[in-house]
Design a protein around this ligand. Sequence first.
Ligand SMILES: Cc1cc2nc3c(=O)[nH]c(=O)nc-3n(C[C@H](O)[C@H](O)[C@H](O)COP(=O)(O)O)c2cc1C
Length: 381
Amino acid sequence: MTPLLFTPLTIRGLTLSNRIVISPMAQYSAVDGIANDWHLVQYGRFAVGGAGVVTLEATAVTRVGRITNGDVGLWSDAHIAPLARIAAFLKANGAVPSIQLAHAGRKGSSQRPWHGNGPLVQADIDRGDELWTPVAPSAEPLGEGWLCPTALDDDGVLSLRDAFVTAAHRALAAGFEICEIHAAHGYMLHQFLSPIANRRNDRWGGDAERRRALPLEIARAIRAVWPAERPVFLRLSMVDGSEGGLTEADQVAFSAALKAVGVDMVVASSGGMAGSATNQRGPNRVYGFQVPFAERIKREAGIATMAVGLIVDGRQAEAILQEGRADLIAVGRAALEDPNWALHAKAALGVDTRHETWPEQHGWWMTQRDRVLERLGPWQP
Ligand SMILES: Cc1cc2nc3c(=O)[nH]c(=O)nc-3n(C[C@H](O)[C@H](O)[C@H](O)COP(=O)(O)O)c2cc1C
């Protein structure tokens, strides 16, 4: 019997060849938001490596919505063509092209992670980075030493919604088939959701329902322009990872509301409201540490979910699906380690034992080599 991980899944009118999704992973390697050859190779190798879906990194819907100077963007038509080249390559190699639309909010104007992951400093400016004042729901800096963002007024909030919608139009023009809205990891839409960053008292803040209003409005607006046969996903942080933040129950209620506006899948991540983008530290860091979030949302909000976070082995991924805890499996760093992760998962699950489903440019040769290696036995030093 075919493992669930390699059973195609149809969402709306789109069929994924398997249930492995490459998680969005920002490369911070664009200039003025324009994707380049690094991005083509970075994403292309995951399609060649057999993933069902490849998700492009957090893509800024406005220039001030970048996290760093190196973020990919979609704030102008000039951004479309290089992304279209990537989407076409992914499709031609069997993967569904997906893109994550994002706005950094108060986390804008940050350093690239490898330069310190903090606010920009003189050394970054000397390297050629530009500094800008971020915008956010409230004039609440991320922490000490961070720039104080400008709070958006009502028109600013509506323009933010429009920027997401315009970026979605451009993503469509570039050929993407899944649109993922980034509402996690302490970035703008998460900031609207969380009482820690949203201190407003208008239609966009105050109680939980009003804090949800903008992310829901954006989901509804994107759903209205994204073709009915193509899915819309949304990534959320199940918990803020800080005192006094969102609760799991809040995010279950948000997920139910997302379902009602036509979002097809919730990606269950966590953390990022203060400090680093993802909540990778802490005592509970175990394999599949966010799977319980995907499971809870699926069960209580009745919406399909994607599990992500330290899913490292095909058998582990298959068990998550078999146990009905999630519908799709996202793989991030394990795919950086091994871009052929999906093909290797096929081998681990007995679907492809002799490279027979590898890309034809490689597979035939590898099958010949497998026969030789079987005769030779393992290499001994
Ligand atoms: C280099 C890198 C960049 C990332 N960029 C993004 C991003 O753009 N958007 C996002 O939602 N998550 C981002 N993440 C988080 C991953 O998508 C994923 O949720 C996280 O790494 C946990 O999954 P893993 O254990 O499979 O890596 C990034 C992670 C890494 C390692």
